[in-house]
Design a protein around this ligand. Structure first.
Ligand SMILES: [Ca+2]
Length: 445
């Protein structure tokens, strides 16, 4: 053995022993507080740090420069309720029967996320965390589905898909503003109330571990700024999208006010000395609405399974663990957060909790690539199977195959040219559909 080989070998042994000791350490980090912030209908190109030049988002931009930006993050659904179901359960939304939106009107108003489902909040609570949700719930209107029955100790917000930012009436004209299990009247612009209660929750729980889910309404319609008037009034007709003419102007303001509020959350963490021990995640629940959003170079918009419907901005910040200014192109879904949080806070090894999502801790703190997996989406008459660069899209029984690495805007259909990849993904998609629909009565609205 020459000298160089000797040193190489010695170094490898050292590395192995270090890694072994590392992996045997009971806990390599203190259990962090976790704040999960989700915007509503924010498009892939709607933030400065994702290339937007018009909308000012200094706090989210600084979050990206202090943390990790995801360029291939996806919401599980291309609309609201399904993503929220997957996010909170760590499983495909089809397993909880929530493939479609829970509407303010019609029979779906009676449905919701079954309280027997294990949610992030149930889990965090069982680990001694204070649990709060502020903002939009959209997993059931009936009080039986209230977040308080899903593991949250604290709820300030609304249960529908959207409310008037000033009068807090839902899409059916019904008052929808809650303090825990009580419907209440409260003045204020929804985005500001969300910030106020998020900050209050952090302050109240500063001396114990907490999980806070900040579910912003912005920039979902109605398109209303801070100084606009209420559009929805009791017993009066109204336009869903609001009366303001300059909808794009309102949209920009709505994102900027949300960003300002996120800045206040960051400031509170800093003031209380909690910045270092708090993992903050930001994402959107689906792609941007065609009429107002910027979905960047992506094709499609909210409601579609083209990339513009579900590839959304996402950022993670955890000082000391996540490398500042890093970027990952690994494919992540909303359902991956729950298994990750389990790994971060668990007090003992867990049995299989039945997740479809995976733990991405090592990606967050070491930028370690994830192992190969095929991911699936389904909504109305579209279905997708995605593996690495390949994306199979079935649209009304027609198959399209896109290579997202070469063609992120999904312009060139390779379904015939790459027949074997198309067939393979079709088989995986069929198997997945059978698996997730076992014993579930789908509400495919
Ligand atoms: Ca949404």
């Amino acid at each position: 053995m020459n000298v160089r080989n000797f040193y190489n070998r010695a170094f490898n042994i050292f590395l192995f022993v270090s890694l072994f000791m590392f992996s045997c350490t009971p806990r390599e980090f203190e259990r962090p507080n976790i704040i999960l912030i989700m915007a509503d209908d924010l498009g892939y190109g709607d933030l400065g740090c994702f290339g937007n030049k018009e909308i000012q988002t200094p706090f989210l931009d600084s979050m990206a420069s202090e943390g990790l930006k995801f360029t291939d993050f996806h919401s599980n659904g291309s609309v609201c309720s399904p993503t929220r179901a997957a996010l909170l359960t760590g499983r495909y939304q089809q397993r909880s029967g929530l493939e479609g939106v829970i509407y303010a009107e019609g029979e779906t108003r009676q449905t919701g996320l079954d309280v027997k489902e294990l949610t992030i909040a149930d889990y965090m609570k069982s680990e001694g965390y204070a649990t709060g949700v502020v903002g939009k719930w959209h997993l059931g209107y009936h009080i039986d589905y209230n977040p308080i029955y899903h593991g949250f100790d604290f709820f300030r917000g609304y249960v529908s898909g959207n409310v008037d930012y000033h009068s807090h009436l839902d899409g059916a004209g019904i008052p929808d503003w809650w303090h825990d299990l009580e419907k209440t009247k409260e003045k204020g612009y929804v985005t500001d109330l969300i910030t106020k209660y998020s900050v209050e929750f952090i302050e109240k729980n500063k001396d114990r571990p907490f999980f806070l889910y900040v579910a912003h309404e912005a920039p979902h319609y109605p398109f209303q700024g801070r100084k606009d008037r209420a559009d929805r009034r009791l017993g009066m007709d109204f336009e869903d999208h609001g009366s303001r003419k300059d909808k794009k102007g309102a949209y920009k303001e709505m994102i900027e006010v949300m960003d300002e509020g996120i800045g206040q959350i960051f400031e509170k963490l800093e003031t209380l000395g909690l910045k270092e021990n708090t993992l903050v995640i930001f994402c959107s629940d689906n792609g941007g609405l065609k009429e107002v959003a910027n979905n960047g170079i992506l094709n499609g918009a909210k409601g579609s399974l083209l990339e513009g419907g579900h590839r959304v901005p996402a950022i993670a910040r955890w000082p000391g663990y996540i490398l500042p200014g890093s970027v990952t192109d690994q494919t992540i879904l909303s359902m991956d957060f729950f298994p990750t949080f389990v790994n971060l806070v668990k007090s003992e090894e867990k049995q299989n909790l039945g997740f479809d999502g995976i733990d991405i801790t090592r990606l967050l703190i070491e930028e370690k690539a994830l192992s190969d997996r095929t991911l699936f989406w389904k909504y109305r008459d579209q279905k997708v199977a995605r593996n690495g660069e390949w994306k199979l899209l079935i649209d009304k029984d027609t198959a399209y195959l896109y290579n997202l690495e070469a063609d992120i805007s999904e312009q060139i259909d390779l379904a015939d040219m790459e027949g074997s990849i198309t067939s393979q993904l079709k088989i995986e998609l069929e198997t997945w559909e059978k698996d997730v629909s076992k014993g579930i009565k789908l509400k495919t609205n």
